[in-house]
Design a protein around this ligand. Structure first.
Ligand code: SF4
Ligand code: SF4
Length: 430
């Protein structure tokens, strides 16, 4: 695989040996976890292709777009408004934060008890294995949790083009004003980077492109209400992960295409799991590529995941941005309104998130909720106790899992997940 693209990776400054090793592990993991699934929709072929080319063809496309004068912006969080980036004809890409890499080097810069997601961002940079970080013209770090906020001070020494965006911590009018000011500052920074003045027409076009992606994902989510489920949770998660990498228009078309196929499946009552299989709603920390451990454990234990209350999932995609404004200011207000609804656990208090979990549980006819917390993630781990208590009080079976990116706890997690699936299955039978 490496031959054709070797020079491109070398020019980006990647460590070819480490990069080859990473691609080897990724390819094997993908084969074992995704390609081994039975009865996948044919539309997944496109996403298999994207994944097989995620470090090669997609990077080549980005580099070509740069040669044509367009900029690439990398981000770690769904609070970075893609609408503004698209309005300047630039491309927003999610950065690799879903696997451990160069851990020894990372732990020379960060405490061991830092969450895997933050460590992963550092590991991919220190190990020189992420072509996205290396090709981005600007990387946006957002001040969300304390771990990210403080680690960006260190990341800045490794990534000189890091732009730090501040975020509010409370859903108050003062909090909204902070978000508005930060998005205005970001718009200016994007204009300076790209040399493009963002007018109302450009901004509306940016909004429409990003709304298109979201609408396609909404269509996919709605199809997952069916029993039998027409697509596995793993494949749906993969589509939500590809959301952050692919060309948005091509992505929207591909999701719509698979949705048409899934409509046919639902009509014919064809599923990837037998009708009546226990249905799980996943909730909690985001799962970035290639973090597939927990969904893989769940779906190889006989249950199907029917929704993700996550930033790589419905928390990130559920709300559209109103595109009816006529001026840049009106459209910017609409963007702020849209993102201010994201119910990340960094906000306090955060009752909307609990409500959203309950609503998703009902909408997708789930039998139980598995809350996924990354070890050392204070916002989600602390919130998970309240979420679990509130859900159980309403009679919703909930399992709290705290884990990291290592595979050491797979057996132990499998035992807990199997016991939970048994619990929800027997409730169903009663
Ligand atoms: S969980 Fe919060 S900090 Fe993390 S990506 Fe989502 S919004 Fe951003
Ligand atoms: S998983 Fe938690 S601790 Fe880690 S970056 Fe996200 S919010 Fe911060």
């Amino acid at each position: 695989m490496s031959g054709e693209y070797e020079q491109m990776w070398r020019d980006l400054g990647l460590n070819l040996e480490a990069h080859d090793a990473l691609l080897g592990v990724l390819g094997k993991g993908y084969e074992d976890i995704f390609l081994s699934q039975k009865n996948r929709p044919a539309g997944m072929d496109y996403f298999n292709f994207v994944m097989s080319e995620v470090h090669s063809l997609r990077i080549k496309e980005l580099l070509e777009s740069q040669k044509a004068g367009r900029k690439v912006i990398g981000s770690f969080c769904v609070f970075v408004p893609e609408e503004i980036v698209r309005a300047a004809d630039a491309t927003l890409v999610g950065l690799c934060t879903g696997a451990d890499f160069a851990t020894e080097e990372v732990e020379k810069l960060l405490p061991r008890n830092t969450c895997s997601l933050i460590k992963s961002a550092f590991g991919f940079k220190l190990g020189q294995v992420c072509p996205y970080i290396e090709s981005a013209d600007m990387i946006v770090g957002e001040n969300t949790c304390d771990g990210k906020k403080k680690s960006y001070e260190v990341l800045k020494t490794l990534v000189p083009n890091l732009y730090v965006m501040d975020l509010p911590q409370m859903k108050s009018s003062e909090g909204r004003a902070v978000l508005k000011a930060e998005y205005e500052r970001f718009r200016k920074a994007v204009e300076d980077l790209t040399g493009v003045t963002i007018d109302a027409q450009r901004l509306r076009k940016g909004i429409d492109i990003v709304n298109g992606k979201r609408k396609a994902i909404h269509r996919l989510s709605a199809l997952r209400k069916a029993d039998p489920a027409p697509i596995s949770g793993l494949d749906a998660l993969l589509i939500n992960q590809v959301y952050f990498y692919d060309d948005p228009i091509r992505f929207t078309d591909s999701v719509n295409k698979i949705c048409t196929e899934l409509e046919g499946r639902n009509k014919a009552q064809v599923g990837v799991f037998p009708k009546g299989a226990p249905r799980i709603l996943l909730s909690g920390c985001p799962m970035a590529v290639p973090n597939w451990k927990l969904p893989w454990i769940i779906e190889t234990s006989g249950a199907v995941i029917v929704g993700e209350e996550s930033c790589v999932g419905e928390r990130g995609t559920r709300n559209l941005t109103n595109d009816s404004g006529n001026t840049v200011d009106e459209l910017m207000e609409a963007i702020v309104d849209r993102y201010f609804q994201v119910d990340c656990a960094i906000f306090r208090p955060n009752p909307d998130r609990l409500e959203h979990v309950r609503q998703m549980y009902t909408t997708y006819a789930a039998d139980g909720v598995i809350h996924y917390g990354l070890q050392f993630c204070q916002p989600y781990q602390i919130e998970s106790l309240q979420v679990e208590r509130a859900l159980e009080e309403k009679g919703i079976a909930t399992l709290r899992i705290d884990t990291d990116y290592s595979m050491e706890d797979v057996e132990q997690l499998k035992t807990r997940v199997e016991a939970f699936i048994e619990r929800i299955s027997s409730r169903r039978a009663a």
